[in-house]
Each structure stands twice: as C-alpha cells, then as structure tokens.
Design a protein around this ligand. Structure first.
Ligand code: GDP
Length: 579
C-alpha cells in the first residue's frame, strides 16, 4: 500500500483531522501538519487501533442497550432420579404460590408456573421428566436457564441423576444441586457431596463453585434457600428480555382437547404476544384466539417470562418448537410450507450421509468445524466403565496422540452402567455424540431410534475393541487415505460415431490392462483433458470386463465424445493406503 497523508487517512476513517492528530499524539507518532505523510506501518497501526476502538464502542453500546431492557425472571427446570422428590418439590412450590393468593384460587396447568418472592419471581417449568427437557432443547429452544437437580440425601447419586447432569450440562444450563429428604434420619448429605466431588463438582464449602442446597420437599425446609440461590444466579447472569422485540416463545406442551381443540402451552421468551396475532411453530401455524395464564386469567397479551395456554393453532405443534410471530396468514402458510419441504429434503440427505464409523463421525465433526468428539459410554459394570474411562483419559492427554489428534478433544458426556436408552439416543443426537456400549445390548427400539436419528451406536464384547475403535479414531487411522494406482493405458487408433453423436474409440491396449469398472482419464499430448467413468468396453461386439495389453477394444466414455486419434486413455483406481 502506498504512503498516505494524514488528512487522507482521516477522510478514509471518517474522522476529522483534529481527531486523527490527537490519536497520533497518543500513539507517539511524530508529524508536522495534517498534510504530513505517514509511513505504511503507522497508517496500518492507526487503522487497527480505530477498528479496535470502534469494536469496543459497539460492544459497550450493545451492553448499554441490553442494560436498558427490563429484567425477566429466570426459567428453572427440576430434574433428577425417579423418586428423589421432583414432583413433591414442584407440588410444594406450586402450593406456596397458591397460599400467597386468595385461598382456593383457581389454577390452570400451562406447563410452567411463577413463584413470587420479595426478591423476585422465578418461573418453574412444570412438564414431566428430563426427556421433555432434551426434546425441547433438541428442537432448538434453550428453555431453562437453570437446572435444579434433585438428589435424595438418603439414596445418593443414581443413574438418572448422572443423566440429568449430562443433559443440563449439554444444554448449557446453570446447575443447582438440591439435596432432598433432609428430614429423614438416614439422610447422609456428606456422602452425596463426596459423590458430587468424584464427578468434578466441588461444593462451595470445600472451595469449589458447585451450588448445593439441602432441602426437604416434604416439610419445605431449605426451599426458601433454594429460591434465593436461584435468584442469586439470576442476579449474576442478569437475564433480560425486550418486551417490544418481535415476539418469540417456545412450546412446552401441546394436546388435543375434546372441547377446546388444539391447546399449546407456551413460554414467552422475547417480545409480547397478543390475541389476534398470527404465529408459526415449527411446521404448524395459527392465529391466537385466546390466552390463559396459570391463575386462570384470560390474557390479551403475554410478555417475556409468561407461560400461557394458547388456543388457535391449526395443528398440534411439538414440544420445543419455537413460536414466532408473523405478520399475516399468507406469511404463516408460506413459512410452514417451506419448512415442511426443507425437512423432507433434509431427511433424504440425512439418510444418505448417516455416520457409520467413528472415522465418518470424526470427519463430519471436522467438516462442521467442531473440535470435540462427544461420547456416551455404556457398560455392564462400574468396573469396566471406570477402566474404559481411565484408558480414554490417558489417550486424550497423551501428547503423542494429541499431535495426531490435532485440536480434537474427546468428551465423555455420560458414562453409565446399563444398556443404552432412547434418552441416550436423544442426547447423542443433540450433542452430536456417538454411543459406545460394552457388554450390554441396546433393545430393538433403541437400535431403531439410533438408526432413524442417524446416531452412531456400537456395541463391543471386548474392552480393547472399544478402546481400539476410539484409539484408531484418535490417531486418524480410520480416516482412510487413498492413492491412485494406474492399471493400464490404451491408445485411440480410430473413432466411430454412433447415432445420437455418441463416440466410441477403437483402441489398442498398450500397457497393463483396461478394466471396465475403473476410472479413466483422457490424455492428449500428455495433458489430462477429461476424467470420469467408462460407459462401455467391448471386444468386437461383446461387452467385456477387461482387456489385456496387446489387444484391441472399443471404449465409450460417460459424457465425453470428443476423441482424437492418438489420445491416451489411462485407466486407474483409488486404493486405500494402510496407515
Ligand atoms: P419423583 O419421582 O422425583 O417425582 O419423586 P416424588 O416427588 O414422587 O417423591 C417420591 C417419594 O419420596 C414420595 O413418596 C414422596 O412423598 C417422598 N418424598 C419426596 N420428598 C421428600 C422429602 O423431602 N422428605 C421425605 N421424607 N420424603 C419425600
């Protein structure tokens, strides 16, 4: 780049001369006047600095804008092992909010409810199970900001606790551990804390940052602390939403009601929905006819953080579908139609390129720029699970392997005793993970689910086979490398024209052999002018599979009809190079 005068650079950057001179002073660049010439390096440094400052200003402005928005309540999901007290905790919270109101107030199930405290409001998602959570997340909506993982203090961490942790982590939700059933004499919170530490969650009292709150869902002891913790996180994370933005929500549940027709429970995340609005959710559309909130009130409008029952969808939307506002019926129809077609095309494409081996998966990940390989491990005993994890951990930290692995990191999302479940498949699909099982067999339904969702699921009988699978992936051995192997060459001696313009070359095999199924290139004066597949290979009138050196043959090519005498047809194949 040529040298530039100060006033020219100021113009380029949209600054006044004075502003630029001031900047040069700050940078310690000497000049005589705004007509002075700058060195290339100085000019470039100025450009960089201005760009940086403007980026920073933009960020600050963005942050300012966000700060000006009203806060919204945190959205919380309760997860955990069966019988550890999820339902009881939700019941307790629900009752506490009713108690605040007039006794006997009518409530309506809308898939979520609010608990108001003097410190603020919390929205609890009230749909059963963490499977619903995964489904919702999978459809692209990040619903819960915070996951409360309930662990019965008399029972400790159980398989579904680990699953819940994996799901919450994969969704990027903040996690709070609620040690429940503290009212029982056999409650052993220290044991649970040890179990948490084994999983890398160090409670605050031991200097870590895992939040652990002892509660009793039955007596209500500690539930206030739990609410305070949730609100503390909300304060730190500073959740905000724009009530004037284009409205957006997520379907929590949907059902067909005999009287009311299609009912969708929706959580509003952004903007304000109004009765009469046209909406789309996934592949279905509708016009909001009525909205009812958890207190049974009819609502004309619903803003961020509100959960409402919506009437007016034409078909059943799915849980997890994002609800979007559209200007009119025409747009609604158009968008949903487009989505249906896109999905069909996607399903077709997915069928074609379903990952089948670790190497395929790895390649797919790399193509998508993902730098992690996610695994879900399943094994017959805790012992084998630990053995596998131990070896894998070594594998991914070993420097010599790292080198070959490049930046790719092995991530074990979930390691659990027992056969793979459909929930694993859901998690694998969302997190782009492979399921490797040792000594346990998935049921037919799980296999089918994996197949239809394109999830790689493999079972092993021998630990080292499993490790080998991962190891070869790590070393990139399974990524086959191909090289070209020339099989033979034939020289074009005569050209025959068939009706329709198709050409056949009468050839002499001058080296090696010509193989019908192999690939070919046409060389003219030593230069490749075409590459592709053979359409026909004949000796006299007979179709043949191959022709050896010294024999004549007729060759037709797929899509090439421009032979000249003296062209060389080179026949080659791609062979895999062993690593
Ligand atoms: P979920 O499967 O996680 O929804 O568990 P539930 O809420 O259905 O609770 C399972 C059982 O544990 C029920 O019999 C509850 O009454 C009981 N339970 C739940 N929380 C507590 C608690 O804090 N203390 C005691 N003693 N029992 C509880």
């Amino acid at each position: 780049m040529a040298k530039i005068r100060i006033y020219q650079l100021a113009k380029e950057l949209g600054m006044t001369n004075e502003e630029l001179l001031e900047l040069l002073d700050q940078m310690g660049v000497a000049y005589k006047s705004h007509a002075s010439t700058l060195s290339e390096e100085d000019a470039e440094a100025v450009r960089e600095l201005v760009k940086e400052q403007r980026g920073l200003q933009e960020k600050l402005a963005e942050e300012e804008r966000r700060k000006a928005l009203p806060r919204r309540p945190p959205v919380v999901v309760i997860m955990g092992h069966v019988d550890h007290g999820k339902t009881t905790l939700l019941d307790y919270l629900r009752k506490s909010r009713i108690a605040e109101k007039e006794a006997g107030g009518i409530t309506q199930h809308v898939g979520a409810f609010e608990v108001k405290t003097p410190q603020g409001t919390v929205v609890f998602i009230d749909t059963p199970g963490h499977e619903a959570f995964t489904t919702i997340r999978q459809r692209g909506a990040k619903v819960a900001d915070i996951a409360v993982i309930v662990i019965a203090a008399d029972d400790g961490i159980m398989p579904q606790t680990d699953e819940a942790i994996a799901h919450a982590k994969a969704a990027g939700a903040k996690i709070i551990f609620a040690l429940n059933k503290m009212d029982l004499p056999q409650a052993d919170p220290d044991r649970v804390k040890r179990q948490l530490m084994e999983r890398g969650f160090v409670p605050e009292e031991y200097g870590g940052d895992a939040i652990v709150v002892p509660i009793s869902a039955k007596t209500g002891q500690g539930v206030q602390d739990l609410l305070e913790m949730i609100l503390l996180i909300a304060e730190l994370e500073d959740y905000r939403a724009d009530p004037n933005a284009e409205p957006k929500g997520v379907v929590l549940e949907s059902k067909l009601d005999k009287q009311a027709g299609i009912i969708a429970n929706m959580l509003v995340q952004e903007g304000t929905f109004r009765v009469g609005d046209y909406v789309v959710a996934g592949e279905v559309y509708g016009r909001i006819r009525a909205m009812t909130d958890a207190d049974g009130n009819q609502r004309k409008e619903a803003g961020p953080g509100s959960a409402v029952q919506v009437l007016g969808f034409q078909e059943l939307p799915h849980a997890g579908d994002v609800v979007e506002w559209v200007p009119d019926l025409e747009a609604a129809k158009e968008i949903t139609e487009e989505r249906k077609e896109e999905r069909k095309a996607r399903e077709e494409a997915e069928k074609e390129r379903r990952p089948r081996t670790m190497a395929d998966l790895l390649r797919a990940l790399q193509e998508e720029g993902q730098k992690e390989v996610n695994l879900i491990l399943r094994a017959d005993t805790q012992g084998s699970l630990e053995a596998i994890q131990h070896i894998l951990a070594k594998e991914s930290t070993d420097a010599s392997h790292r080198e070959q692995l490049g930046e790719v990191k092995i991530n074990v999302l979930l390691a659990q005793v027992g056969a793979p479940t459909e929930s694993d498949v859901l998690l694998a699909q969302t997190a782009n993970a492979a399921i490797l099982a040792f000594g346990v067999n998935p049921s037919g339904a799980v296999k089918k689910a994996a197949e239809s969702k394109g999830v790689l699921l493999k079972t092993f009988r021998i630990i080292y086979d499993l490790i080998d699978e991962v190891r070869s992936m790590v070393k990139g051995q399974r990524e086959p490398k191909f090289k070209e192997e020339v099989l033979g060459r034939a020289e074009v001696r005569a050209i025959f024209r068939l009706p329709g313009g198709k050409q056949v070359a009468g050839c002499m095999v001058i080296q090696g052999k010509v193989v019908r199924s192999a690939e070919v290139r046409v060389l003219r004066k030593g230069e490749e002018i075409w590459k592709g597949k053979m359409a026909s290979l004949k000796r006299f009138k007979e179709d043949v599979r191959e022709v050896a050196q010294g024999y004549e043959c007729g060759i037709g090519l797929e899509g090439f009809d421009d032979f000249q005498e003296g062209d060389i047809i080179e026949v080659f194949q791609m062979v895999e190079v062993p690593a």
